[in-house]
Design a protein around this ligand. Structure first.
Ligand SMILES: Nc1ncnc2c1ncn2[C@@H]1O[C@H](COP(=O)(O)OP(=O)(O)O)[C@@H](O)[C@H]1O
Ligand SMILES: [Mg+2]
Length: 233
């Protein structure tokens, strides 16, 4: 059970309609991901990184082949089943933070717990824990417009982590951050990865991110062009 991969991808293809034909964005991907990985999917723009993350995150479905996410087949889940899987087990971090501008920091982080129906005093405790993990306890009443980019991304990390999901998917999480803030959020994610054993998968071409990951999967033209384990402690 312990060694069972959290994600199992087999001969995965994704075609998008294009003009009168179709464009193949993922062209036969085979990958296994284990619990607790801290992995970068690295490749140039257009190589298929976001498409792959979206399928792992059950936001999109395979055209051919299979993607098993925590034992569930991404292609055969109903909309309701995939929403339930995302709600309980998957966290998302995006390049543009995607915070609700009218909500406070506390309310933004609380939102996934409201969706899950977590009871109020438990919710409060979980939100405060998550804000402590990212060092933003003093900003709970701020709104996104009052935060720096680095702080906004730390709120997004807290929101992704608050329900303690099995897997966090981060699409170019440092693309809008300067070097100092990029290192800061990567160190935060690395700490959470080690302490909570959350599986992290990043899509990136940022050298700063690449320096932190313990596995590098290179994507090129919708195919895996390399897969390296980095040995570090
Ligand atoms: N919904 C879509 N419809 C048509 N083409 C798409 C769609 N999504 C992605 N693509 C195409 O698939 C390729 C891979 O895109 P994407 O996964 O976003 O790459 P990356 O994240 O590596 O930049 C690109 O050529 C892109 O234009
Ligand atoms: Mg992308």
């Amino acid at each position: 059970m312990n060694n069972e991969p959290v994600i199992r991808i087999k001969d995965l293809k994704k075609h998008f309609p294009s003009g009168s034909g179709r464009f193949t964005a993922l062209n036969g991907i085979d990958l296994l991901f284990s619990k607790g990985e801290f992995t970068g999917i690295i490749g140039p723009s257009g190589s298929g990184k976001t498409t792959l993350l979206n399928i792992i995150g059950t936001l999109d479905t395979p055209s051919e082949g299979e993607a098993l996410i925590l034992g569930r087949s991404a292609g055969s889940l109903s909309a309701k089943e995939s929403a339930a899987l995302r709600k309980s087990q998957l966290g998302f971090i995006f390049q543009t933070y995607n915070l609700f501008p009218v909500y406070t920091v506390f309310e933004n982080v609380e939102f996934p717990l409201l969706l899950q129906g977590v009871e109020s005093s438990q919710r409060r405790k979980m939100v405060l824990d998550a804000l402590e993990w990212v060092g933003l306890t003093d900003k709970i009443r701020s709104r996104p417009a009052q935060l720096s980019g680095g702080e906004s991304q730390r709120v997004a990390i807290a929101r992704a982590m608050v329900k303690r999901p099995a897997i966090v998917l981060a699409d170019e999480p440092t693309a809008n951050l300067d070097a100092k803030n990029s290192h800061n959020i990567l160190q935060t994610m690395e700490k959470l990865n080690r302490e909570l054993r959350t599986t992290f998968i990043f899509a990136t071409h940022d050298e700063k991110v690449i320096g932190y990951v313990r596995r590098k999967i290179f994507l090129f033209d919708g195919k895996v062009a390399g897969d390296e384990i980095i040995n570090k402690n």
